[in-house]
Design a protein around this ligand. Structure first.
Ligand code: AMP
Length: 546
């Protein structure tokens, strides 16, 4: 974000868009918005490298809306038609993009209608929506192509603006063929924006296919925000058990403030962790690609509203094993999600995440970056805490190599916990770890999928009619209540590390992040790990060695 750059109010935007931007609390455009919006308004095609969290959705949505509004207000009266198309690689991203656009058209929703047609299960309802010819359609290439082939959607005579978001992922998700077929249904001339986190060969190929003489925006942004906004730490855990012990202590002693995303490497591990935390009455949700889309979106929405403090996610199937071009043949093997469009980590906008905790070391540097990108978004501060086993340190070194700045300064600072202070918790931790068996995990996983399917289908109409009741539907209730020992939910005083006595109150309910958290300015970061505040305590990060 630049200090002296062009503000939204100087971009010649429709007052209704400006009002929506104000309501969203955006005081200044982000760097990508500042550069992309004026160029897009001039009618240029754009190829923009933008990391998630950079504000890229609004960078294409604002000019798209401005152009459509301008056309409606000043152009000749023409038939209602679909004039904007946004292609995204996953259903969650489609929902997110649609919701962002919807917020931006809050004051002109009669003039501009937006439809998300990404959920395969809603094909019939989508047909009805498409009959109305919404101004903007958002969807995955496969769903859009399917509607084009069935003549539910016609773009050849009307499309004016095409957006390809997360372009690099579209190819690695195996959408290449669909994308090429889809392009045959578009007119010869349209304006196009291609947004991508990386500029790889696939993006080059896509550039040739959809862009005409584009302006290329390779903004001088590092892959992650700087240390004044994003603090990154590593904790060396001697054993697997230590990882569970440390997490248990951090959460139970309320040393983590705000919302956290816990990343593990497999779905099995997600449920292991969830059932483990459940033993201590620490609620957490698992974001699982096997769950119906409605449930996944509901979990993200509730997390964003502050209903949950902890969400456990995995990115293994998306980021660890790119399955280029093999989407069709990919079954629900092992821990891979059965739904290839069910991307969770990449691009999804989790709001106000204070902490990303790599409970398992990310499989690749890219996975690290994408996980870390879930926090410190827009102007908010954030922390990434990575647990590492001694045997994994070489691997972490490789990740660090990719992250370190030009001066080679270490990026992941050591966070030295005094493990002996939480030794008292070990017995309980072991007990809880033993209670979580493979069989228990299988059952819990199955139970949750079954329950969520039931909710998703049977209760759909009910919740459509009674949206308030949807708030009461929680996804973090115990999966295995029979084996939860209520006494483990309490932390007796003697277990609280001496240095923390009187400072922390483990049984106090954690507060929702206050609105002030949202307004924290860059450079004035609030530290979500509460222990950081107590510099006299032992549970605190080591000083930056550099
Ligand atoms: P995106 O990169 O599009 O996923 O956006 C990341 C987050 O930044 C979203 O929560 C947006 O609401 C937020 N955002 C977008 N533009 C701005 C802005 N100009 N100022 C503050 N927040 C923004």
């Amino acid at each position: 974000m630049s200090d002296e750059g062009l503000g939204f109010e100087h971009m010649g935007l429709d007052p209704r868009l400006l009002q929506a931007v104000t309501d969203l609390g955006w005081s200044r455009p982000t760097l990508i918005q500042e550069k992309a919006i004026p160029l897009a308004l001039e009618g240029k095609d754009l190829l923009a490298r933008a990391r998630t969290g950079s504000g890229k959705t609004a960078a294409y949505a604002i000019p798209m809306l401005q152009l459509l509004l301008h056309r409606k207000a000043t152009g000749p009266v023409v038939e209602q038609a679909v004039r904007g198309l946004v292609l995204v690689p996953t259903k969650e991203l489609a929902k997110q993009a649609q919701s962002m656009i919807q917020q931006l058209v809050a004051y002109c929703s009669r003039d501009i209608r937006v439809a998300d047609v990404s959920a395969a299960e809603d094909a019939a309802a989508q047909r009805t929506v498409l009959v109305e010819k919404p101004d903007i359609v958002v969807g995955t290439p496969s769903r859009i192509l399917s509607h084009l082939q069935q003549d539910n959607l016609k773009l050849r005579d009307s499309l004016e603006l095409l957006v390809v978001d997360e372009a690099d992922l579209l190819f690695s998700f195996g959408f290449e063929e669909e994308l090429k077929n889809l392009l045959c249904h578009l007119p010869r001339i349209y304006q196009a924006f291609l947004m991508s986190a990386t500029f790889n060969e696939d993006v080059q190929a896509l550039k040739e296919l959809v862009l005409h003489n584009p302006v290329i925006l390779k903004l001088q942004e590092s892959q992650l925000p700087g240390p004044d906004q994003l603090q990154q730490f590593q904790v060396v855990c001697e054993t697997e058990e230590d990882k569970f012990l440390l997490l248990y202590a951090l959460l139970k002693l309320s040393l983590i403030q705000g919302k956290s995303l816990l990343f593990v490497n497999t779905l099995e591990r997600s449920y292991r962790l969830r059932l483990f935390l459940e033993q201590f009455s620490i609620p957490a949700c698992v974001l699982n690609g096997e769950l119906p889309l409605r449930s996944r979106c509901h979990i993200i929405a509730q997390f964003n509203q502050g209903l949950y403090d902890c969400v456990i996610a995995t990115d293994a199937e998306v980021l660890g094993n790119p399955f280029k071009g093999k989407r069709r043949g990919r079954g629900a093997k092992g821990d891979r999600a059965s739904d290839p469009e069910a991307g969770v980590a990449r691009g999804i906008d989790f709001h106000q995440v204070s902490l990303v905790l790599n409970f398992d070391l990310p499989p690749t540097p890219e996975a690290y970056i994408h996980r870390a990108g879930r926090t410190a978004r827009a102007n908010n501060p954030g922390i990434v805490l990575t647990f590492v086993l001694p045997t994994e340190q070489a691997h972490l070194g490789k990740i660090e190599e990719q992250l370190s700045g030009e001066n080679g300064a270490p990026v992941l600072l050591p966070y030295q916990f005094q493990m002996e202070e939480i030794e008292g918790f070990r017995y309980r931790c072991r007990d809880a770890m033993r209670s979580v068996t493979k069989q228990g995990i299988r059952e819990a996983r199955l139970k949750e999928v079954k329950e969520e399917l039931l909710r998703s289908e049977k209760l759909k109409t009910y919740f459509e009619d009674n949206p308030r009741d949807l708030q009461l539907l929680r996804h973090d209730l115990p999966l295995h209540p029979a084996i939860v020992k209520p006494q483990l939910g309490h932390v007796p005083d003697y277990l609280v590390p001496p240095t923390l006595r009187g400072v922390i109150h483990p049984h106090k309910k954690r507060k929702k992040p206050s609105s002030s958290h949202r307004k924290v300015k860059k450079g004035k970061t609030q530290n979500p790990l509460r222990s950081f505040k107590h510099q006299g305590q032992k549970l605190r990060p080591a000083k930056n060695p550099s």
